[in-house]
Design a protein around this ligand. Sequence first.
Ligand SMILES: [Zn+2]
Length: 85
Amino acid sequence: MTKTRCPLLRVFEKPDHHPSFVVFFPQKSKRDQTFRWKCYGCGRHGTIIDYYMMRKKVSFLQAVIALAKYRGIPLEWKNIPHTGR
Ligand SMILES: [Zn+2]
């Protein structure tokens, strides 16, 4: 397991002096093929979308749009009726 210094600590608190940030690659045998990360320094964790939201201080939708644009993935927009729930 390779660790690096937490890039989020610089955003939120102070520089991380000890490598504590780990990226978990999906295993071929697992159904869930999501890359996940965890920081053992500040305790934050999540997916690439969570990371982008925290790093850039944007909403979930803003993160999805930015990451899709970065990777050249076209997004399809549909009007979803509001159910009132
Ligand atoms: Zn951290």
